[in-house]
Design a protein around this ligand. Structure first.
Ligand code: CP
Ligand code: NVA
Length: 307
């Protein structure tokens, strides 16, 4: 079994062009309507390499590969020789000879870059400390479904300028959606990502006042204050973020018809109140569902060249 040397990976959301991002979402919308199994990945295997826990990403990828007729292999880092110190560069070259795509969730973004450098099959970022592109694709699909467009929509991000925020900002900017991010000082999104996002069509702003960000927003988005791997910073982060909770008072500043988004898992009572996440504006489970459809579309697109 031979693999092509050239491959398309998704390490950053910006590895897709805005047109490709739209195409993936359009395909995902079609796949969602049909929700049927196919043989598009028949005979192909996809490694799901996870260094951190996951519910949505792991299960949606496993089911997506299954529904496309392929074979998913869940591989925890510690179940592989990786956990005993085998280098990533060797793991990437070995896996490339068995499977047709590597989906990887890693602590450090550099690990993904290394995996991709040595892999001869597509590598998909299933979350790193820098980006979560698969989440952003599903979120942009959800915005399209609920608001009917991307242009002229205002997204407000409240909280930590983290991995989910970085990819969302990029994706919004790529599709012409305006995004205002409110974080405490020193917790802004990645500077290079903001610079790159500003080169696209959507307007990108970073502020420190959540009320300012949320004013007239169509979408209000938040994520945890303590991401995986930051557990040691918990005490400090609880203090730093205390005025950035997405609660009823803050939501009043947004448009009446706004939707509330969260990538999940959520910490009720911290970044979001129970009443807001359970409230009628919350679309968190629509987002979670769309992970499945967008995962499928992405696999079809990136693996298309080797099928
Ligand atoms: N939103 C998300 O990526 O969830 P998991 O950590 O459960 O995969
Ligand atoms: N920012 C969170 C997202 C989890 C899906 C984390 O990295 O833990």
């Amino acid at each position: 079994m031979k693999h092509r040397k050239t491959h398309r990976s998704l390490i950053s959301l910006a590895d897709l062009s805005p047109e490709e991002l739209k195409e993936v979402i359009e395909l995902a919308i079609e796949l969602k309507e049909a929700r049927e199994t196919s043989d598009k990945l028949a005979g192909k295997s996809v490694a799901l390499l996870f260094e951190k826990p996951s519910t949505r990403t792991r299960v949606s990828f496993e089911v997506a590969v299954y529904e496309l007729g392929g074979h998913p292999l869940y591989l925890g880092f510690n179940e592989l020789q990786l956990g005993r110190g085998e280098p990533l560069c060797d793991t990437a070259r070995v896996l490339s000879r068995y499977v047709h795509c590597i989906v990887a969730r890693v602590n450090s973004h550099d690990s993904l870059i290394q995996l991709d450098r040595y892999s001869t099959v597509p590598v998909i970022n299933a979350l790193s400390d820098l980006e979560h592109p698969c989440q952003a694709i599903a979120d942009l699909m959800t915005i399209r479904e609920l608001k009917g467009k991307w242009d002229g929509v205002k997204v407000a991000w409240v909280g930590d300028g983290n991995n989910v925020c970085n990819s969302l900002v990029l994706g919004c900017a790529m599709l012409g959606t305006d995004v205002v991010v409110a974080t405490p000082p020193n917790y802004e999104p990645n500077k290079d990502i903001i610079k790159l996002a500003k080169s696209f069509t959507g307007k990108v702003e970073v502020v420190h006042d959540p009320h300012e960000a949320v004013r007239n927003a169509d979408v209000v988005y938040t994520d945890v204050w303590v991401s995986m791997g930051q557990e040691d910073e918990r005490e400090r982060r609880m203090k730093v973020f205390k005025d950035f909770q997405l609660n009823e008072q803050l939501l009043e500043k947004a448009r009446e018809d706004c939707v509330v988004m969260h990538c999940l898992p959520a910490h009720r009572g911290e970044e979001i109140t129970d009443s807001v996440i359970e409230g009628e504006k919350s679309v968190v489970f629509e987002q979670a569902e769309n992970r499945l459809h967008t995962q499928k579309a992405l696999l079809i697109m990136l693996m298309g060249e080797i099928l």
